[in-house]
Write a protein that binds this ligand. Structure first.
Ligand SMILES: Nc1nc2c(c(=O)[nH]1)N=C([C@H](O)[C@H](O)COP(=O)(O)OP(=O)(O)OP(=O)(O)O)CN2
Length: 193
């Protein structure tokens, strides 16, 4: 069975090198919609695959880190990156260009890692991330599956190279959240949300 949860975030970017002139040459924003799709052949103590409420904890924190932020590609011009970091409190520096395709791969890698580090406490069994869909606009989206997320052809997503601004970290319930992710620390699901 597949279950799906939708998240939303507002984000600004430039996608260098693309064919669309406005997209590659001007900072612009999107109201992104992110669909997380999970699969399992089992149900938990409440006869659910995975409680949607649990997804609104650390998974939501990852996606919300991009809300009202500017996403910067670390291969962009140093002057542009420094200027954005100076004038915007919420920024994320990525080792990937912020296309819809790379956002879907990025979220797959991050949510997949978080899920693997999370201990469930309500009988959830063999829950896997099946796919991530990132809608950049009403008319365009990218969908990543496991083989896309970890594809060497598309570039390895190295989470050690992802940097969140201090203002973003200040919004996390646990300011050390990202360090724990990078160090493979375990997370325990709450019994009540
Ligand atoms: N394959 C991709 N193509 C484009 C991406 C992308 O991430 N992946 N991104 C862009 C731009 O960010 C652009 O802002 C969105 O382009 P587009 O879909 O053309 O947006 P419109 O709102 O103009 O779409 P309409 O269908 O004409 O309303 C470009 N391409």
């Amino acid at each position: 069975m597949i279950i799906r949860k939708l998240f939303k975030f507002e984000n600004a970017h430039v996608v260098r090198g693309c064919s669309t002139l406005r997209c590659r040459s001007s900072i612009h924003g999107h109201s992104y919609k992110v669909e997380l799709l999970f699969e399992s052949n089992f149900l938990d103590n409440a006869q659910m695959v995975y409680d949607f409420g649990l997804m609104k904890q650390n998974m939501k924190a990852i996606i919300d880190s991009f809300d009202h932020s500017i996403t910067l590609w670390d291969k962009d011009e140093a002057e542009y990156i420094a200027s954005m970091q100076k004038h915007s409190q919420r920024w994320v520096l990525l080792p990937l260009s912020p296309s819809a395709e790379q956002f879907s791969r990025l979220f797959f890698v991050l949510i997949d890692k978080l899920l693997s580090l999370t201990t469930s406490v309500n009988g959830e069994k063999e829950v896997k991330l099946y796919s991530v869909i990132v809608h950049e606009t009403d008319t365009g989206y990218a969908q990543a599956f496991k083989e896309d997320a970890y594809s060497k052809n598309m570039g390895i997503v190295n989470i050690d190279e992802i940097i969140f601004s201090d203002t973003i970290k200040d919004d996390w319930a646990d300011r050390d959240f990202w360090d724990k992710m990078k160090k493979d620390k375990r997370f325990l699901n709450p019994t009540t949300v």
